[in-house]
Design a protein around this ligand. Sequence first.
Ligand SMILES: [Zn+2]
Length: 255
Amino acid sequence: MPTVTLRFYEELNDFLPGSLRKRDIEREIQPGESLKHLIESMGVPHTEIEVVLLNGVSVDLDRQLQGGERISVYPMFESLDVTPILRLRQRPLRTSRFVTDAHLGKLARYLRLLGFDTLFFNDIGDQRLVEISLSERRILLTRDRALLMRRTITHGCYVHAIEPWLQLVEVVERLDLAAQARPFSRCMVCNGSIVATQKALIEDQLPDQVARHHDTFWRCRECQKIYWQGSHYSKLLKSIAGLGVDNGEAGDVKS
Ligand SMILES: [Zn+2]
């Protein structure tokens, strides 16, 4: 059987068993086997890969292997400067929009908090998730690597972290989202956009305490939820600043 030598870089190693991490891996192949097939057979979803060098030359994942090749596999990382070499995806999606799988509901809410258009459904099949990702050009976020191995997925992102806020930190860093963020512009509950509203229009819906202490309000255009800068707000501002996101003062909340 012909063999090839592979090496995976950076966080791609997280998908490999410990004994194969950060070192050259000798692997038997079927003649004509594609790079995509070989790499995914080792547990690494194609969506996680930005660049593959075959004997030092950038190639795409459909390349068929003959044996004897040396293969270097680099992670998807939008802020990594790989412009001199060919990226596998033509270009990053211009506006980052997301759909998360059913296990990442809290991450979805945090992305909305930063203003990112993020769909999340409690009860949705994998096939439907993939369809939404493709038809609406949304980046699919998941911790299910089998889902990301589906051939049709073009923009997906494996989330390594377990804790929701750390998942947000990971996604913001990896997809270089800080500059695109518009905190407090989107409803965390329903993903609708939030607009300023006059106190007089909503006063009858406010708890007494809130009506007494606040004069500035926003309302979700979709679910009508009312927002104000309560005690939770300053905590959120601090957390958002920690992400490197310009945290948007009150006046920045707009339609
Ligand atoms: Zn809403």
